[in-house]
Design a protein around this ligand. Sequence first.
Ligand SMILES: [Zn+2]
Length: 840
Amino acid sequence: MRSFVRFSLTILLLLGADFFGIIPCSNAAPQAPASAPQSAVSPDPSQSVPTDPRALYEALNALRPDGAHVYTVKDLTLRRDVVSFTFTRGKLAFLAPLGGRITGAVFSGRGHVIATPHERGERRSLAQFIGVPILDQPFSDAYIRFSDDTAAELQHQLAEDGVEAVSDPDFTAHWDPLAAGLAPTHSLRIMVDYLAAEPIPYFYILLQTDTAGPVEVSVDYRREEQVTIGQPRFADGIRSYDVWASFRTENSPAVHSEAFVPLDYRVDSTIAEDLSLQGKTTLHLRAGRTGERVVAVELSRHLTVDEIQGEDGQPLPYFQNEELSRRDAARRGNDFILAVVPAGKPVGTDFHLQVSYHGSVIADAGNGAYFVGERGAWYAHIGGEHFTPFDLTFHWPKRLMLVATGNESEAREDAETKSGRWRSETPFPTSGFNLSQYQMASTSGQPKIQVYANKELEQAIMARLQTSAPNGVPPASMLDRYKDTDQLSGAIDPPPAPSPTSALKQLGANVQDSIRFFDNVNGAFPFDHLDVAQIPGSFGQGWPGLVYLSTLAFLPSETQERAGLDEWAQSEARDLMPYHEVAHQWWGNLTGAASYRDVWIQEAMANYLALWYADSKKPGQHRLTNWLEHYRAELTNKIPGADHSIENVGPLVLGPRLGSLKVPDAYNTLIYGKGTWVIHMLREMLRDPGAANGKDPDARFRELLRAVLAEHRFRPLSTADFQHAVEQHMTPAMDLEGNHRMNWFFDQWVRGTDLPRYTVKFEVKPHGNAFVVSGRLEQSGTEDIFTAAVPLYAVRVAGKPERLGVVVTTGAETRFQFESRIRPTRVVIDPNLTLLCNKG
Ligand SMILES: [Zn+2]
């Protein structure tokens, strides 16, 4: 589930300075209140803006509230999109201006904030955190930063009210240390606007609320979702961020253009005997907007930048974890850096940036098994989903074998070191590598499969399983974990250590078999070859042409059992994980998620195709049916202590944000469980059960998948794109709204959270040689307007269910009347699992 990592940073840690640039920046000038930074205060020559970026950053950090001009305010108001602030009464001071621009203010007194997001999913998200779907909080203090015209707006109101500023150094003295501590994040963001030819409005407010603690609201037009409401959280020594709501403003531009777009990457990495990494990434970039000078680059916090060079090899100023000490940076730093180019470039200009760094990103799992824990962040890159060529060079200790994405060439070795070069044959969304003391087996046939496993890894993992806190094994929560990971932490007896390498050939053959199946569904395998490498932990991961599989996938079921895996976990490791990751070769690597909101498509598709494949191998075991029922049970079980089920927690389009909702397993259960159901429902609706002999009843579903992949080949895919493709393949029966749109389906199942419950009441009357079955289908657990096509079947004692027809629900109760050849004793709702619902 690599996609998750590619978008994890879009969950902005606002106070952690992951603030800007991770989400691609906005181009179009938004309408009011978006004006250029104002200059209501006449410029002070002593406050000229430093031209050196670092001096500018420090000057912004040094800004303090102006104690000589403190206003006693009454009923000042500000509105940013759907968020309204009232400063009811209290004191307010602006930060001292820099170059004539005011970039902040502080307030103490009584105030009130109200926000109601338009989208239901966002209101649901708010409710998960604060109990109600609306932000409605009194506050006592406010720290405000901006590059928009907030100062002018407030000054205008103060002037209208005839408020005179007075000197009140006591008021601002209280704020000075806070202003100093809070500044760095905002200094960086505001610096970007000072340096840009065209500033793009930014507004941020930190509120000390009466009952909800500190709450942040930001409205930043450099981000695709401009409005964010959230709260930093510190628990068990771990800093995280709760995004309560995130959405686009009403006036946001339809097309979002990024400041800089990657064209290709060249990465040169040297891995020392102690596994430390020294690297250099050359980013070939194109300016997406004119006049931008700050390039945001993602790089692991465990890598320290040594130098960034611009086009002519000149060193550039850069910012990495500015507000943190070196020790803190590794512990809780940010995975991005800002580099400042000497001058803004016209849109479309190509240029190079060379980032040199060193650090430690390779974890030692013991017994010669290693894992590159930083995945996509082990090289410097532009965030978001971009498909580009990659040219990777590695130098590494000779005792190890290295696998990487792309086609290998130029293999060399000397007394101590091996070297090699891997180039992508098609554009890749990301690149990865791993190295270990592998053994390798390859299969014949196309594509060529090479499977790598470590003979010793087994014992290393098992030894770790006996301790409650595994070390070095990547935290499952960060990875493509399977739900049952937790069960691995229990103490167990050491097994007789079957070697994972014994399964190499068989696993290779299985993977190749699954590729044939997926070829038939998705179209041809998109890469030249597939490497399958064992990694420590209990998760898998799919890179372009390279799949990482957990040790568990290499183990016989008996050993899995001894490792504490229950039946579902075993089935997951054995029947699903390898094929889920293989399916990601198409869904995740041939196409990718356009944003964090679209991750569900890739994950759900990979999971569903793996299930379909597993089901096809042993039809008698009904694996697909069993898993669908298993997922439904997980989705509909009430959360302990809550009055709702996991299904109600949030919609699929919240993506990784589901993981922060404080509901254990919400992310896994929804993205994998509900996501799988959504794909299944689409397949069922597109299915032609009456297809003539020899005809494929799933022909339409396959066509849909192939069309989506063809149209988004090496391009990101959004939920809207996917819906559009479904609409082009929909049957008349799917057109429940009569407008050739699938809004009803995507609004309810993807952007919504309801799961309907159905009960049926009926009566039977003879009619000629047949019977009339009439009655009503009752729907609950949803909004009134919930629409679904519910199949009903007539059942006689000891008879096979006979299909009566489909009831399209429109509200709490829908009447129906069908003719039946048999006299039913029961009417059964959807016995073939085509619809995710509760019954009875
Ligand atoms: Zn996945």
